[in-house]
Design a protein around this ligand. Structure first.
Ligand SMILES: Cc1cc2nc3c(=O)[nH]c(=O)nc-3n(C[C@H](O)[C@H](O)[C@H](O)COP(=O)(O)OP(=O)(O)OC[C@H]3O[C@@H](n4cnc5c(N)ncnc54)[C@H](O)[C@@H]3O)c2cc1C
Length: 442
């Protein structure tokens, strides 16, 4: 490919995929224009201001295996901000919290009988070691677990987890998705087999800001609050795009390369000329939304970092206490709890206001810790995102749209193209970089 002239590469989306692609292009001597619909960068990993600090809207941590993310932090001399801690997991079942961190915890998990606990333990050990994931594309996680972990383990552990994460799609999810969870978690264990999780002291915001500064200092441009509304095509080649800003001003810009990092199902709304089979690939992949309540408490709810909730009457899958892993001094002594749920696009909570969601969750926090009451709450926030988790179905590798689209000059680096690993900032950074390299080397 001839080196594009300056300013003729557009990147749609200022999340980690778009920022990482921009970084790569700029390092190779190009300039880019980034268009981001929101008034901030960072996408799903963006943060909000709590006065004394920035905190992620949705809980975020690093795994030891997050090499792209760690390398990028090193490149900006920010790796000294990574804090690694021993993680702690628990399981809330039938009104009780069970520790779920070590193999011994699993052996003591009394809701499941001893034979099934041993069976699950052996299966977990096996899955953590498997490298060839391809065969897991052919079977759903539900069928696999029913068959190999047994119906009791499935009903008590796996079905609630799958339902919580994928709601109506829970029986469609491929075992390759669940395998990736085992693989990532084992890759984040130290020599003593203790899981280590990391956090960026100062939040993901410090990396987002470093990337933004780099992009601007090198002469590229970031357009915030600027939504791309149309991609123009002539003779099967992109020629430019239309944008609208927060004041309703519209603009047309010419480009000969456009990299889209937005959720794949949005793209057909921007471009009419996509061939039907490619369009179908983009829209066939479903996304779950996420709704997270963030609670600033004056006491911790529990002593674990990550609590899976296995109770169909509790309206969230996860109670994650950020400050059980990372120091609450960073947040003026506040204990930060995320209660998060993954939801379909028709979930009634999209229409419910924040205060009512918070009020409806309070009795459920009391189920987890009966002494919890309103006086513990210093502040609450609700964050909602419609495209939070692609639904990984059977034979997913055959369904992923190509990063190079059938329209000349139009490329994609979207979260639903991360596979077989589950989505994460590390993988968006890797994907953005790889697609930028592919565009340059084409
Ligand atoms: C609840 C939750 C927990 C998570 N936990 C972790 C974790 O612990 N660790 C981790 O590494 N990752 C975690 N992730 C995942 C991680 O945040 C994502 O994988 C990553 O941020 C995705 O980046 P992206 O750039 O691919 O997509 P996005 O962040 O979705 O970026 C896409 C951007 O495109 C913009 N956009 C959309 N349409 C338009 C348009 N028409 N014009 C212009 N801009 C547009 C959006 O506003 C957005 O900023 C979590 C995600 C969620 C939801």
């Amino acid at each position: 490919m001839k080196k594009p002239n300056n300013k003729n590469i557009a990147i749609i989306g200022g999340g980690y995929s778009g920022l990482s692609a921009a970084h790569e292009f700029i390092k190779k001597g190009y300039t880019v224009q980034i268009y981001e619909a929101a008034p901030f960068l960072g996408g799903l990993a963006s943060t909000f201001d709590i006065g004394e600090a920035q905190v992620e809207k949705f809980y975020h941590h690093l795994f030891l295996s997050d090499q792209h993310l760690i390398d990028l932090l090193k490149e900006f001399d920010l790796d000294q901000h990574i804090i690694w801690k021993n993680s702690s997991t628990s399981y809330f079942y039938d009104g009780k919290i069970y520790p779920f961190t070590t193999p011994l915890d699993l052996l003591k998990f009394s809701p499941v009988n001893l034979i099934n606990r041993i069976r699950m333990g052996l299966l977990a050990l096996y899955l953590q070691r498997v490298k060839k994931w391809e065969k897991y594309e052919k079977i759903t996680a539900a069928d696999y677990m029913k068959k190999y972990a047994g119906s009791q383990n499935y009903k008590i552990i796996w079905e609630p987890l799958l339902k919580g994460k994928f709601s109506d799609y829970y029986e469609d999810v491929s075992m390759s998705w669940l395998w990736s969870k085992f693989a990532t978690r084992v890759a984040s264990r130290d020599k003593t087999f203790q899981e280590q999780l990391g956090y960026i002291e100062g939040s993901w915001d410090i990396l987002t800001n470093a990337l933004a500064q780099y992009i601007i200092n090198k002469g590229s441009t970031i357009h915030l609050q600027t939504r791309v509304t149309k991609i123009h095509v002539e003779n099967n080649k992109v020629i430019g795009l239309d944008t609208v800003d927060s004041l309703g001003n519209t603009e047309r810009q010419n480009f000969d390369v456009i990299l889209s990092t937005i959720p794949t199902f949005y793209l057909p709304n921007l471009i009419e000329e996509l061939p039907d089979d490619y369009k179908k690939r983009l829209t066939d992949i479903q996304y779950e939304g996420a709704i997270a309540a963030v609670w600033f408490l004056n006491k911790p709810l529990s002593n674990s970092y990550w609590m899976n909730i296995s109770d169909p009457n509790i309206p969230f899958l996860l109670a994650l206490e950020h400050t059980n892993l990372f120091n609450s001094d960073l947040y003026n002594g506040n204990h930060i709890l995320y209660t998060a749920d993954y939801v379909t696009q028709t979930d009634p909570r999209w229409q419910i206001d924040d205060e009512n969601i918070i009020n409806s969750y309070i009795p459920h926090l009391q189920k987890i810790n009966p002494s919890f009451d309103r006086s513990w709450i210093n502040k609450t926030y609700i964050h909602k995102e419609r495209a939070a988790q692609p639904v990984v179905t059977l034979n997913y590798s055959e369904k992923i749209p190509n990063t190079k689209s059938p329209i000349d000059g139009l490329w994609l680096a979207a979260m639903s193209q991360v596979y077989p690993q589950d989505r994460g900032t590390n993988y968006s950074i890797g994907l953005g970089k790889k697609v930028a390299e592919d565009i340059i080397n084409k």
